[in-house]
Ligand binder design. Sequence first.
Ligand code: G3P
Length: 219
Amino acid sequence: MKFFVDTADLQEIRDLTATGLLDGVTTNPSLVAKTGRNFLELVAEICKEVDGPVSAEVAATDFETMWAEGCKLAAISPRIAVKVPLTPAGLKVCKGLSANGTMVNVTLCFSAAQAILAAKAGAAFVSPFVGRLDDVGTDGMGLIADICQIYSRYPTFTTQVLVASVRHPMHLVTAAKLGAHVATMPPAVIRLLFGHPLTDLGLARFVADWEKTGQTILP
Ligand code: G3P
């Protein structure tokens, strides 16, 4: 399972890259707005920090402008995954860019029917937003189960399920149980994955007991 970080904060990306556990980055207009940075410059800098796919979202909603924006974003790096909304125009852009060899991440997916459309449009990734579904009283992880089941029945569907809007570690664990290919998580959620009070307690005891031996491993 791949881990992407859902942030446009360069320092967070650098810190998480240092863990060796990061496989890519996703951004969206809201995350870019928080940085106050120039979008194109920021995306180019992010591409230098990570080896994997970097999702960068188009700003327009009409086909012609989205297409031009997508081509401009794709020219930044071959690791750019152009993010388009799950609309008829967005899927048309997806189909064209994918045919040209550009990775496309179809975002704002809230139903299995939409995920089927993204796969048919040749998307590299589809992003179902589990947290936002949970927010409105719908089972976000149930959608992931449906999409994983459907995609597994069609070997010609190469679209990877990128679980987005992840709010807590159990979203990740359930996504992994279901076989989702990727989870994109805010930095704070990734940090939560490491923690367990019994790990902290156990380590403190081992350190204290080791001190009692009076030994050192290294000279
Ligand atoms: O990047 C898309 C998605 O992960 C956004 O999450 O928390 O704003 O619903 P959230």
